[in-house]
Design a protein around this ligand. Structure first.
Ligand code: DGP
Ligand code: NA
Ligand code: NA
Length: 208
């Protein structure tokens, strides 16, 4: 049995990642493919609760401390994610280490320093970047409730994401119709699954 794929959604806030990742998992399951949704930050763990307190502005933490907590929140999920991939489950992940670097580097923390705690995490096989201009994102429901939802900052975050892209990334126009985006993403995911079937690639690690 072949391993599952690690499909990642990244993007600025309110770009539709949660909607699209949820729909993708459902579509894969409907096709009889084992799939699971994973969301970062995972606010349910002890570390995740500290992150939630920071994001909702109930507590304060230094830029470095929150950066390391976000990374730890990914590391604490690694064993389960590896086990799932090895057992043939395709993981659809909503945010990951690229968010970690983009958000902290946008605060002017050193780019290399930002990457270092996430070195060695499982690498995604395919990344969908939900691209939205922060001016358009700001018009969406609930915008501005959390600490990072400010225009200038999101512009910086978007630029940082662009600086990290490689050929495993696809830029998705997040302003398009929700169903259209879903079909585009499903098609790209099917292609990735077929490619993995034809020529299996082992699980890789980040930034090595
Ligand atoms: P979300 O639950 O996807 O809306 O994410 C919450 C906020 O946290 C959002 O503004 C993006 C930000 N974020 C996600 N991951 C990280 C990370 O690893 N580091 C930092 N600094 N921010 C992150
Ligand atoms: Na958000
Ligand atoms: Na989201």
């Amino acid at each position: 049995m072949s391993r599952g794929l690690f499909i990642l959604f990244e993007g600025c806030d309110r770009s539709g990642k949660t909607t699209q990742s949820t729909r993708l998992v459902q579509a894969l399951k409907d096709m009889g493919i084992k799939a699971k949704l994973v969301k970062f930050p995972d606010r349910t763990t002890a570390i995740g609760k500290m992150i939630d307190g920071y994001l909702t502005q109930k507590s304060q933490l230094s830029d470095q401390a929150i950066h390391l907590l976000f990374s730890a929140n990914r590391w604490e999920a690694m064993n389960q994610m590896r086990a799932d991939l090895e057992s043939g489950i395709t993981l659809v992940v909503d945010r990951y280490a690229f968010s970690g670097v983009a958000f902290s580097a946008a605060k002017r923390l050193d780019f290399k320093w930002c990457k270092s705690p996430d070195v060695g995490l499982i690498a995604p096989d395919r990344v969908f970047f939900m691209d939205i201009h922060p001016d358009d994102a700001a018009k969406r429901d609930g915008y501005g409730e959390e600490i990072y939802e400010k225009r200038e900052f999101q512009l910086d975050v978007r630029a940082k994401f662009f600086s990290m892209m490689d050929k495993s990334w696809a830029i998705i126009d997040a302003m398009k119709d929700v169903d259209l985006i879903h079909r585009q993403i499903l098609l790209l995911t099917k292609k990735a699954l077929q490619a993995q079937e034809a020529e299996p690639v082992p699980i890789a690690k980040l930034w090595t």
